[in-house]
Design a protein around this ligand. Structure first.
Ligand code: ADP
Length: 220
């Protein structure tokens, strides 16, 4: 897998860079002569290359997280969410979105990886949301041997027949024009949760919103 990540980063990216370089040259040298159709085609090629680059980077992130050993430490999830809220401030403002959480626990986990789960779920809750006031409510319930976290949004929801397949890598329910993405976020969340002795699932009502649940074992 490590080898694969290496190949992905170098061998796959290199030809993309070459294509991008020549497309840019084509535009620079002949752009002023080109027919509108040709300009549009150049534009589509550029978008395609960028998308491929995003996918490679996402795949790399997946293999990196999958392979790196867990660093288990005390993680204050209240503080972690405060930091995430600050780093997502631009997005929250742009989407007029609100984040609610309180009395979140201190858990034993890998800080970076738990951060990744919350970040993915929060970003998805805001992205797949057409509400004028996107709202994300985060809670934690003490289940004695594990913590059960929930991230609830008031977004577009997910029809029952799709609820399982969204955890499969690259599976998406929308095209890029509707909602951008790589289809890697949830499979990454599932992998991280499983590495922490937990599970992830969801409850959703199309049109009303989605709640993602995940558990983290207290003993790591
Ligand atoms: P990405 O966000 O890059 O598309 P994810 O793996 O995070 O990839 O999600 C997979 C798919 O699951 C999304 O494309 C979307 O169709 C659906 N999805 C994920 N989160 C939500 C949500 N909160 N509300 C509605 N649909 C969602």
């Amino acid at each position: 897998m490590r080898e694969f990540a290496h190949i992905a980063s170098h061998d796959l990216k290199e030809p993309l860079r070459t294509i991008l370089g020549f497309v840019q040259l084509l535009e620079l040298k002949f752009g002023h002569l080109a027919h509108t159709d040709a300009k549009n085609y150049i534009n589509y090629i550029t978008i395609g290359i960028q998308r491929m680059e995003n996918l490679i980077n996402a795949l790399l992130q997946y293999t990196r997280i999958n392979n790196s050993p867990l660093t288990i430490e005390k993680v204050d999830t209240q503080l972690l969410l405060k930091e995430l809220e600050n780093s997502l401030n631009d997005l929250l403002q742009r989407k007029n979105a609100q984040l609610h959480y309180e009395n979140m626990p201190i858990i034993l986990a890998d800080d970076q990886q738990i951060r990744q789960i919350f970040q993915n779920l929060i970003q998805n809750g805001i992205k797949f949301n057409k509400n004028t006031l996107p709202t994300i409510n985060i809670e934690a319930v003490d289940k004695e041997t594990y913590w059960e976290f929930s991230v609830k949004d008031n977004g577009i929801g997910i029809a029952p027949e799709y609820q399982e397949q969204i955890f499969t890598i690259f599976n998406r329910l929308h095209n890029q024009n509707e909602f951008e993405g790589t289809g890697i976020g949830l499979s990454l969340c599932q992998r991280i949760v499983e590495r922490h002795g937990g599970r992830i699932w969801l409850d959703s009502e199309p049109g009303l919103g989605t709640t993602f649940y995940f558990t983290i074992a207290k003993k790591q």
